[in-house]
Design a protein around this ligand. Structure first.
Ligand code: CUA
Length: 339
């Protein structure tokens, strides 16, 4: 958009939103609310998410029945009051409407969700023997403003993209490096908070191969909305090859420009860059996105990210590094070799 041109106004102040516009905006609202095709808790891909989706439908049905009962009694008492010429609803109506119906509906829904469904979405206890003789994989995720550090036993470290073997239980342990975040992959399991002083756990199990979008689900600052990630569920052989490749150090020597401009924040294993302020870049070119799913990982976007960091992701904790166009090109060419 040309500078100085403002976005066309959707609605003038004080003007009421026409019904037709509300109807056309509704699908957009649903997409923005997390019901989009790529991040949909009603399209479950694991036993845990099936339970959660079932619970959602039961809660919807339960609340619809509860609402229907309350509205029905309200209408009946209104009609009866006018017939009998009373100015207040009867005691029985108040007891049924205000106390008995909510207690019955809420106790039934709570018992069903807590006792029968939600407990099944928890990971096995930390000291339990893993199914299959202790081979259960554990991945550690650290939350940062505003990106995800992903570590496989410290030997392979990546960012914003988890890979897991399909149809295999994977325990994800999480904690935060700064404020509280929340790790949520709607198609795979429920949310789990990332806290600075506590390690929490959630199990991921994908019953088919694919890419599942996740999102930080706890407001954590300016770029909370751009704190996304992907979980790739790969066939076991593909996963093992991916992990072996990620464990390898970088083979290219570190350019002096990277050493001057970037190595106080980033690590590239196998070189003199060891800092852990920002993401580990050892295999950055193997990732599909940059800046926690803000932009795709292409050479053009990498150049844009280096040259205009605060324009691409305003408020990101990566500062605007002072680079000439030639330096941006040099760094991009090097980073693109880190497959
Ligand atoms: Cu991290 Cu919201």
């Amino acid at each position: 958009m040309a500078p100085g041109r403002s976005l066309p106004s959707v609605n003038a102040p004080g003007e009421r939103l026409p019904l037709r516009r509300l109807v056309t905006l509704l699908p957009l609202g649903l997409v923005l609310a997390g019901c989009g095709s790529k991040q949909d808790s009603l399209r479950p891909a694991s036993p845990q998410s099936h339970s959660i989706a079932t619970l959602w439908w039961i809660m919807l049905a339960g609340s619809a029945v509860g609402l229907a009962v309350v509205v029905g009694i309200l209408i009946a008492s209104w009609v009866k009051r006018r017939e009998e010429g009373r100015d207040r609803p009867g005691t029985i109506t108040v007891l049924v409407l205000g106390i008995a119906t909510p207690i019955l509906v809420l106790v039934a829904l709570f018992s069903y969700s807590d006792i029968f469904l939600i407990r099944g979405t928890s990971p096995p206890p930390a000291n339990a023997a893993a199914p299959g003789g202790g081979n259960e994989l554990t991945v550690h995720v650290t939350g940062h403003q505003f990106w995800w550090e992903v570590s496989y036993g410290g030997t392979a470290v990546t960012a914003n993209e988890l890979h897991i073997p399909v149809r295999t239980p994977v325990v994800v342990t999480v904690h935060s490096d700064d404020v509280i975040h929340s790790f949520w992959v709607p198609q795979l399991n429920r949310k789990i908070d990332l806290e600075p002083d506590q390690v929490n756990r959630v199990e991921l199990y994908a019953d088919h191969a694919g890419r599942f979008r996740g999102q930080c689900a706890e407001f954590c600052g300016l770029q909370h909305a751009h704190m996304g990630f992907y979980v790739f569920a790969d066939p076991p052989g593909v996963f093992r090859r991916w992990l072996a490749a990620q464990r390898k150090p970088a083979t290219k020597p570190l350019p002096s420009l990277f050493d001057q401009k970037c190595s106080s924040c980033h690590a590239i294993r196998g070189t003199s860059a060891h800092a852990h302020v920002g993401p580990d870049l050892t295999h950055v070119a193997s990732r599909t996105s940059l800046a926690a799913l803000t932009i795709p990982n292409t050479p053009e976007h990498m150049r844009e990210w280096l040259a205009e960091t605060q324009h691409v992701k305003p408020g990101a904790l990566m500062p605007q590094v002072d680079l000439t166009r030639a330096q941006v090109n040099t760094l991009t060419a090097y980073l693109e070799t880190l497959k």
